[in-house]
Design a protein around this ligand. Structure first.
Ligand code: SF4
Ligand code: SF4
Length: 584
């Protein structure tokens, strides 16, 4: 399906050292003096030097064009580009992405290994929290309503930490998108990572792009059946492991693994694995790019977050057009040609089935594999890398204006090169300081503020809490001696994984005492109680005040709770209810 010409690729050349391939030398000279009053320019000597330079450039350029005709070209169609797709959903046309080689592909391998490693291995990391708490580093303990993250333990009433983390993730995504476009989609989104993993399996079993296309078109045979069964079996195995790894975050992983293996796990565990196996297999193996194109809302949302200074993967048509597969012939015919040799390598590697040369597209996940593919082509034909590159819209527009003489003509790539054939100094390039623009700084400030707030809250949070609920029916009881009694439900939270003894004391209620239902101690102004590690203790407390001490129908008072060992304390302001008139 692809044409492979006599393959005599030259040695790779240094980027930027290779000259451009102009098709005629006269473009090096200005057509006319800049104004009527200008001295003739260039001078005769200058003209001579520039002509010589032009000849030299043409000589090397010819060589580059000869090589361009020998670049491997691919019969690849952008089957998923918006101009090819039907307006609504259309049946999927299969995409067989070629394996890319290059710095972005290597970076993606590293990110893939890290993200998959984190996902599969995290539940197996142990973290010693003592005898009274689970020793799994990261655990969502639904049964006891706790979330453990190494030394941090989150109770349900501390859900604001989770909300804070979600807000941080939101601001982080805004910041990332505003600076480097859809880097999340291209590198770390689970859909991207798992599709990459499934493609590794597919390539290992069915071969590279051409072999896969051939196999797909071939009639069913024992070989095809064997390869298809093997591929889908491994995909299913990965999907099962993915679903299995997920549930290990919700229970002790070694115990649950044993229970799963022996068929003793809860039905919900098997059901969750089955659902996640199905979604992983279908999304990662069968639907692939369709999930991003049709299901994910992020491509639509991110458009609002990009601006003219956001980095996106860009085809630099200001140096690539007019494209030609026959650069040498075109040059011989006096045609102007750009750097693109129309080899389709960028289309062949694209996992989304699009052609970046069509411009910015919603389907592009900015995985940068087309940059790698094109850079390799540029190396082979001896031109500067970066025909496809990460660039901002502002840079692109500026360079396009340069190549079109301010929009007055069609693209003439000679305008972006200097006399030596190299890209001119006038070509706008990305500089890191462009990241320090107000929008990014605001996102970063918001992200940092939430993060610092969470850290402060984490460091200063109480690990002892008291909540009190007053009886409402009846609000008070008049005892035989005229004293008034109120009932309260007192909840003591011991939020550390160690047993603690708390002293509960009444304050600001003159003459009052209290006793606790089920506890054998004389009525008094305080009592002590043991609370188990990581547990909530609920007590029924009756507070009694003699009638001659009652100061009014509503008296504010306080329950003060103190840890007898650490002296950490908490308090709760309550109201003591009495009849409107003192009872005699
Ligand atoms: S066009 Fe390039 S960056 Fe965009 S999805 Fe395809 S290969 Fe990735
Ligand atoms: S942009 Fe690069 S990879 Fe794509 S067709 Fe042109 S030369 Fe080939």
């Amino acid at each position: 399906m692809f044409r492979k010409a006599a393959c005599v690729f030259p040695e790779k050349r240094r980027v930027n050292s290779a000259p451009h391939a102009p098709d005629q030398q006269d473009w090096l000279l200005p057509a006319e003096p800049r104004s009527a009053g200008d001295a003739p320019w260039p001078s005769p000597a200058g003209v001579h030097i520039m002509r010589l330079a032009g000849v030299a450039v043409n000589a090397v350029g010819d060589m580059a064009m000869r090589e361009a005709s020998e670049v491997e070209t691919f019969d690849a169609t952008a089957v998923n580009s918006a101009r090819v797709r039907q307006p609504l959903y259309a049946a999927r046309k299969k995409i067989f992405p070629k394996r890319a080689e290059g710095r972005f592909r290597r970076f993606k391998w590293i990110v893939m290994l890290i993200t998959l490693g984190v996902y599969y291995l995290t539940p197996w990391i142990r973290w010693n929290r003592g005898a009274f708490a689970p020793d799994q580093g990261v655990l969502v303990d639904l049964a006891n309503r706790r979330f453990y993250f190494f030394p941090i333990e989150i109770w349900p009433q501390e859900f604001y930490f989770v909300a804070g983390l979600l807000i941080m993730a939101g601001f982080g995504l805004f910041l990332l998108t505003s600076t480097v476009g859809r880097a999340w989609c291209g590198y770390t989104c689970p859909q991207t990572v798992w599709v990459d993993l499934f493609l590794v399996v597919e390539r290992a079993i069915e071969g590279e792009r051409n072999a896969r296309i051939k196999l797909d078109a071939a009639p069913w045979s024992a070989n095809k059946l064997f390869r298809r069964i093997a591929k889908h079996a491994i995909w299913l195995l990965i999907a099962v492991l993915t679903g299995g790894a997920w549930i290990f975050y919700f229970a002790d992983a070694p115990t649950l693994a044993r229970e799963l293996a022996t068929g003793q796990a809860a039905p919900v565990a098997y059901m969750t694995i089955a659902i996640l196996t199905g979604t992983t297999y279908v999304f990662g193996g069968l639907m692939r790019e369709q999930v991003c194109t049709y299901m994910c809302p992020w491509p639509r949302i991110q458009a609002a977050m990009l601006d003219e200074n956001s980095l996106t993967v860009t085809y630099n048509d200001w140096r690539g057009e007019p494209r030609s597969r026959h650069a040498k012939k075109a040059a011989a015919a006096g045609q102007v040609i750009g750097d693109c040799v129309d080899c389709n390598a960028c289309v062949a590697v694209c996992p989304m089935g699009i052609d970046i040369r069509d411009g910015q597209q919603l389907e592009c996940i900015t995985c940068a594999l087309c940059i790698d593919a094109c850079d390799n082509v540029m190396d082979k034909i001896g031109k500067e890398r970066g025909l496809i590159s990460y660039a901002t819209l502002a840079e692109y527009e500026s360079n396009r204006l340069l190549a079109t003489a301010g929009g007055a003509s069609a693209i003439d790539p000679r305008r972006v090169r200097d006399a030596s054939g190299r890209l001119s100094d006038k070509v706008a390039t990305f500089h890191l300081k462009k990241l320090l623009r107000p929008r990014n700084l605001i996102y970063f400030a918001a992200w940092s503020a939430v993060g610092l707030g969470l850290i402060y809250a984490l460091l200063t949070r109480e690990r002892l809490q008291v909540n009190v609920l007053a009886d409402r029916n009846p609000q008070y009881v008049v005892l035989s001696d005229g004293a008034i009694r109120n009932g309260f439900t007192v909840k003591l939270l011991n939020m550390i994984p160690e047993p603690r003894t708390f002293t509960v004391t009444l304050e600001n209620l003159p003459g009052a005492d209290m006793n606790v239902v089920g506890m054998d101690h004389p009525a008094g102004r305080s009592f002590s109680v043991e609370v188990e590690p990581d547990k909530l203790k609920t007590l029924k407390v009756f507070v009694r005040q003699p009638h001659d001490s009652i100061a009014g129908p509503k008296q504010s008072f306080r329950f003060v709770v103190q840890d007898t060992a650490s002296h950490e304390s908490a308090q709760y302001d309550a109201t003591f209810e009495s009849p409107m008139e003192p009872v005699r």
